[in-house]
Structure formats: structure tokens, C-alpha cells
Design a protein around this ligand. Structure first.
Ligand code: ITT
Length: 198
């Protein structure tokens, strides 16, 4: 069966495609279907994931999967959180967003690893054209490091070192990140609840 992947973020699309590879669904991207991006005015990751998945499911008249995710720093009360994409500015430059993370952590006096606790959050929503939704949230815990390291992955990956690893997400092979990421955590829950194995 076909599934619309309701994202315009190429990094996410690649990871969701990898994570879906073992299942009996053919992903089609929202961008390729020419679906517009809805306004994400929810106050939580799940609220925004539901807005995106429902808009795509209704627009395409097919089941749709969305991902609303972000980076959260304990020392900044969870910022950037649901505003993670916006910290990169209109040019979507994540070297800028990572610099802003570092500047804000310094301003907050957060210099030790204990003060630099960070987590990624991923909300996934599967939605159907009739308005039914199933949502799941996954997380991964770690530390915000500086300077950025690695050139794989996307977004804030170069400044995130997951607990128990000496490498950042951007230094990991994709399979390694997929085995333990916030997205993988949310996916495991969704797959258990909604998908049949091939
Ligand atoms: P769509 O809404 O089209 O899916 P977006 O990039 O606007 O794309 P979000 O509003 O969910 O999506 O923003 C999430 C941001 O959080 C994203 O732009 C990344 O910078 C960051 N992010 C999410 N998952 C990440 C990951 O696995 N690694 C690094 N950064 C991640």
C-alpha cells in the first residue's frame, strides 16, 4: 500500500525511507505530490505532527505519515524544542542554529556536560483521510557538545552526543543512528501498533 510521507525536510525523508524499507508500504513524498505545507501552530510535537499528517492525508486522499521533531536543552528549559527548525532562520542554515545553541548555553552558564543535557524528540503521526490519527513520541538522551563534529545526518546532529557514545549523531553511520535515535524509538512504537511485516 502507498503512504504519503508528509515532510518537506530531505534529511527526515531519507531517514523515514530507511526506517520503512522493511515494511510493505511504498512511501511517496508530500513534496512530489505537490501538497502545500500547513501552518504548524500546535503547542506540542504531537499537535504539530497531527496537523501535518491530517493535511497530507486529506490532500492526497491516502494514509499519511508525518514527523515533528526537535532538539531540547535542559539548561534552556527545553528550547529550541518545537522551534528547532526556526532557529536555523529563513535560509535553513543549521550551522547558524548550532551556533545559537552554543551562544545560549554559554549565556546560561552551562559549560559542564551535566549542565549541557540534551535530548531529541520525535513525534510521528499516521493519519487517514477520514480524520483518524495514531501518534507516538520517541526520545534519545545525550549531551550538547562544541565544536560541531561530523558531516552525516542533518540538522543538529553535529552537536549531539548520545549517552554511552564518544561520537556525535553526525559521525555515526546511518544504520547506527537508526538503531537508537528518537525517530527509531517512535518508529518502533508505531510499527508495533500499526504495521504488518513484509
Ligand atoms: P517538515 O515539517 O516538513 O517535516 P521541518 O524541518 O520543518 O520539516 P520540524 O518542524 O519537525 O520539521 O523541525 C524539526 C527540526 O529539528 C529539523 O529541522 C531538524 O533541524 C531538527 N531535527 C529533528 N530531527 C533531527 C535529527 O534526527 N537530527 C538532527 N536534527 C533533527
Amino acid at each position: 500500500s502507498k503512504l504519503v510521507v508528509a515532510t518537506h525536510n530531505p534529511g527526515k525523508l531519507r531517514e523515514i525511507g530507511d526506517l520503512l524499507a522493511a515494511f510493505d508500504v511504498t512511501p511517496v513524498s508530500a513534496g512530489d505530490l505537490g501538497l502545500p505545507e500547513p501552518v504548524e501552530d500546535g503547542k506540542t510535537f504531537i499537535a504539530n505532527a497531527e496537523i501535518k499528517a491530517l493535511a497530507a492525508a486529506r490532500g492526497a486522499n491516502m494514509a499519511a505519515l508525518s514527523d515533528d521533531s526537535g532538539f531540547a536543552l535542559a539548561a534552556l528549559d527545553g528550547a529550541p524544542g518545537i522551534f528547532s527548525a526556526r532557529w536555523a532562520g529563513p535560509t535553513k542554515d543549521f550551522s547558524l542554529a548550532m551556533q545559537k545553541v552554543e551562544d545560549e548555553l554559554r549565556k546560561a552558564g552551562a559549560m559542564t556536560p551535566e549542565q549541557r543535557r540534551a535530548r531529541f524528540i520525535c513525534a510521528l503521526t499516521l493519519a487517514w483521510p477520514d480524520g483518524h490519527v495514531e501518534s507516538f513520541e520517541g526520545t534519545v538522551e545525550g549531551t550538547a557538545i562544541w565544536p560541531p563534529r561530523g558531516d552525516k545526518g542533518f540538522g543538529y546532529d553535529p552537536v549531539f552526543q548520545p549517552d554511552g557514545y564518544e561520537v556525535t549523531f553526525a559521525e555515526m553511520a546511518p544504520e547506527e543512528k537508526h538503531a537508537m535515535s528518537h525517530r527509531a524509538d517512535a518508529f518502533r512504537q508505531l510499527i508495533d501498533a500499526c504495521f504488518d511485516k513484509k
